[in-house]
Design a protein around this ligand. Structure first.
Ligand SMILES: NC(=O)c1ccc[n+]([C@@H]2O[C@H](COP(=O)([O-])OP(=O)(O)OC[C@H]3O[C@@H](n4cnc5c(N)ncnc54)[C@H](OP(=O)(O)O)[C@@H]3O)[C@@H](O)[C@H]2O)c1
Length: 334
């Protein structure tokens, strides 16, 4: 039986989605061991619980994550709201390298691949994954708008775009969502003005990595907790001295969660949810157990005093280390 969850709206006059989404990336890439059966069961369980907002991208895998989501929604397409992305180009010979492509012909070719892998006739929300600074945003979004007119895509989004880029894009075609990293330990959209621009334009912020890639959930106590091929081993916040300093911050979140009667993951998600009705976090997990726990965050309502207390123990800028390896930072706020 499908249940309902609180909903939030994408864009000023856009569609309603569950107030928490499900990030599917880690099911296929970046976060160590894969378990396809449990991943499929997690997506099915999400839909059963009324969590319909599923997040993937062509570069996760690459490609295999869209295929996995496609298998999971087979026969249940009408229950799912599928968001996918194009624009990050990976080099099979160098998995760490990233290129960005926002050329119109690339947009047109990419959507066909995503539709096929997902096994759908339209994508609900199509994002440019990273701004390609060598192509005017008007050209990229113009090509994306053509996809809307062709019925291949319903709504448009950008990921990690700056306030200025978002404003230019929105003039070409309404942008329903900006997907950027946002959590207790990543407040860049507050500081850069991107969230303020979202609010000016009526664009919803889809908050990715709202659990700090799992760190804020308190599940990791040492860099050795990660598999050898786990991306986080190479991420500055998860290394050496940074890891230790960040662990001390999370210990305070854990203590607050204990006294509040919730888990640290729920507290971290409740903080994101409390920043505004126009924000939708998409925590990632490949397990039904964590999914249920994360949905439980919807009932953790933080009052002004609790939010202030949380901000006091984990203030903006307190985190140690960049959120991406140096070379990848040039891709954000584009
Ligand atoms: N636009 C972009 O550039 C971009 C970048 C990164 C991510 N994303 C999207 O955002 C989604 C979410 O971000 P994310 O996956 O990077 O980070 P996240 O949601 O902050 O954290 C995911 C990690 O937290 C763990 N976790 C989840 N719930 C937990 C709980 N209740 N207790 C303990 N641990 C828990 C997961 O473990 P298990 O995996 O073991 O379940 C996983 O290791 C991704 O799946 C992806 O779709 C987008």
């Amino acid at each position: 039986m499908t249940m309902t969850l609180p909903q939030r709206r994408l864009g000023g006059n856009g569609p309603y989605v569950s107030a928490i989404g499900l990030g599917c990336m880690g099911m296929s890439d970046f976060y160590g061991q894969r378990d396809e059966a449990e991943s499929l069961a997690t997506i099915a369980h999400a839909l059963d619980r009324g969590l319909n907002f599923l997040d993937t991208a062509d570069m996760y895998g690459p490609y295999t994550n869209e295929e996995l989501v496609g298998r999971a929604i087979k026969g249940r397409r009408h229950q799912a709201f599928i968001a996918t992305k194009f624009g990050i180009v990976r080099d099979p010979n160098n998995p760490a390298a990233r290129g960005f492509n926002g050329r119109p012909e690339y947009v047109r070719a990419s959507v066909e691949g995503s539709l096929k892998r997902l096994g759908v006739d339209h994508i609900d929300l199509y994002y440019q994954h990273r701004v390609d600074r060598s192509v005017p945003i008007e050209e990229t979004v113009g090509a994306m708008a053509d996809l809307v007119r062709a019925g291949k895509v319903r709504w448009l989004g950008l990921s990690e775009a700056s306030a200025a880029t978002l404003e230019r894009a929105h003039k070409v075609h309404p942008i329903a969502a900006l997907q950027s990293e946002y959590s207790l330990w990543t407040r860049d959209v507050d500081e850069s003005g991107a969230l303020a621009m979202c609010r000016k334009l009526g664009v919803t912020l889809v908050a990715y990595s709202p659990l700090g890639r799992g760190f804020l959930a308190g599940a990791f106590k040492s860099p050795a907790d990660f598999d050898a091929d786990d991306y986080r081993r190479h991420s500055p916040r998860f290394q050496g001295e940074n890891f230790a300093r960040n662990l001390a911050l999370v210990a305070k979140v854990e203590a607050m969660a204990t006294s509040r009667g919730c888990t640290p993951a729920q507290l971290a998600l409740a903080w994101v949810l409390a920043q505004g009705e126009d924000i939708v976090p998409i925590p990632g997990t490949k397990r039904r157990k964590y999914l249920d726990e994360n949905i439980g965050a919807l009932t953790v309502k933080l009052g002004a005093d609790e939010l202030a207390a949380l901000d006091a123990v984990f203030p903006a800028g307190a985190v140690a280390g960049l959120r991406y390896p140096e070379a990848m930072m040039s891709g954000v706020n584009g």
